[in-house]
Design a protein around this ligand. Sequence first.
Ligand SMILES: [Zn+2]
Ligand SMILES: [Zn+2]
Length: 225
Amino acid sequence: MELLERPRTVREFQKMFQHIYHKTNKQHYTDSDLIRVLMEEISLVMESARKDRRKELLRQLARTFSWFNAVASRFDCDLQEILWYKYPAVCPYCLLEKDCICGTEHPKIPNKEEALRRLRRDRRGHEPEILHDHQLLHAKLYGWQNDRILLIQTAAHLAEEAGEMSKEFRHKNIDQAKHELADIASWIFALATRLEINLEDAVWAIFPYECEICKEESCRCEVVP
Ligand SMILES: [Zn+2]
Ligand SMILES: [Zn+2]
């Protein structure tokens, strides 16, 4: 069945998670519940990173990606679109195409918003679509910097962005929340790169077009853990 083939693109992964979980999520979770669960999953990423349990971290990262997709879909965010909008093959703060130099402060660049708009427009049709290509793009932008920080610090960045996302949703700043979702994805990619794994493989190992728990193609879990 064509529908159940292994996804490759960001959109195919998002579609797969909707296929598996749309029904149960709708039944069991309000908007804020869904965001809370994503926060809980990210806390578990922090725990595995702190304890340096890499195998567990890998699985937890895949689960986090699943809930991240659930939140994006609930708020009608096309992850492919928001990723490219925020990261049009450059770091949105220093505008470099490789090895971002942003430290704790972002460099001041005149007319940055205009430059970003131009990049988004000029590179239309050349954006990465394959999930792994997005991971590679973020490794190209930030791998050099992220190699110099601890694993737990990388996880902490993810938690930080998740907090910002939650706050923006709570204040109903949906556009801003979408920016934060792109940043969450960037740190999920950073963790995958740090663990030297392909996020696609990690996700597919746990969600091969079926629920991790009930193993159904369209989840039937009654009691949601
Ligand atoms: Zn930068
Ligand atoms: Zn299930």
